[in-house]
Design a protein around this ligand. Sequence first.
Ligand SMILES: NC(=O)c1ccc[n+]([C@@H]2O[C@H](COP(=O)([O-])OP(=O)(O)OC[C@H]3O[C@@H](n4cnc5c(N)ncnc54)[C@H](O)[C@@H]3O)[C@@H](O)[C@H]2O)c1
Length: 389
Amino acid sequence: MAEVRVAVLGASGWMGKVHTMAYQTYPHFLGTSGGTARVVALVAHNPAADPDLAQRAPGARILADWREAVAAPDIDLIDICLPDSLHYVVAKAALLAGKHVFCEKPLAETAAEARELADLARARGLITRVGHGFPRNPVHDLAKEIIDSGEIGEITLFKGCQHIDVFGDPLAPFMWRADGKLAPTGIVGDTGSHVFSFMDFLVGRVTSLVADNFVATSRRPVVEGLAYGEQVTLRGDEKWADVTNPDGSMLLCRFANGARGLVDFSRVATGRKFVQTYEIYGTKGSIAYAYDEVNRLRFYSSADPVGRRGYREIDVGPENTNFRAFLPLPNFSLGYNESKIIEAAEVIRSVTTKTPMWPTFDNGHHICQIVDACMQSSERRGWVDIPAV
Ligand SMILES: NC(=O)c1ccc[n+]([C@@H]2O[C@H](COP(=O)([O-])OP(=O)(O)OC[C@H]3O[C@@H](n4cnc5c(N)ncnc54)[C@H](O)[C@@H]3O)[C@@H](O)[C@H]2O)c1
């Protein structure tokens, strides 16, 4: 059985912990027919500040510089859980060193960078994956199955949104996510890219769009040691920093298949801790999903007899392989971390079988094209075309 040796970069952060867990957990649920993973290196900015780091992957060596992992001959897969601004430079170095790469989203800060990475990986025959884990919940496999079977006909309209309220409070502290130097596209690359990943997975390519990005709170207090979205009791002597990237956006788009899209997302939806929805309308029916009922798909079919038409609520369950692996009964709910576990298993299977699986760097590139187009459109206040490659 093939073993993939993994280095997790940014291992003390949220995603770093999730990915490290996922490589070690997936065999319990999803088996090892796609190969096994061994986390051989954990890279953290400041390992001394994370006393539990070594415990999360026993036997892994602890490194403070990602370059050491990229250069190490005993590592097959570089897993990038670093802030957005490092994705391109680290992924490029890893691909040039002949490593397969799993990179958290967004793949890069610009579509040009993402394209370069996708081309480089293809030229070198390396496996790539972007961390768009939400669509890997089995409920979205069901959505895709319904769409691909033609049961809702030709897609005419996609409506999607994702909102959080971590920056709803003007006193929520400044952090790298609000810094245009470290995260130039702000919420567009951060959260918009999740909605765009559903669009890419379920509807297809976007050919043009018009977007209106906005900053809701232009300055935030700088308070060290607080996590994303934590509240601050001001002492009065804090430094303040300018928010230099978007807090939210609304956009209209056109897809290559003729469908239209209506999308909004933000980090300032006070009171909405996490809302993520889509509705997909077609000529013969429609589907609807909301994260609040994360394993449930609503399905309407015009093929139902008149007088019996209406939305069915389908709870994804053990009929779906990736659900049955975790739970024998429907409606016990798979959540965020299970989607990341499925993702880790698929990454390893991709590497061992040399078979790319959605979302590769090519998908990540298209998602970055949509992000770029949002930034350009809002700046120019007009429609922007997205090239086919
Ligand atoms: N797919 C998802 O659902 C999802 C969710 C959250 C975050 N993300 C993405 O994951 C990435 C990481 O986000 P996060 O929330 O885990 O952030 P985080 O701030 O919790 O973690 C980032 C870690 O990287 C470390 N780091 C920074 N520079 C470093 C360097 N040069 N060398 C080594 N370590 C360094 C930091 O110390 C920190 O521990 C981001 O790109 C983000 O967009 C994806």
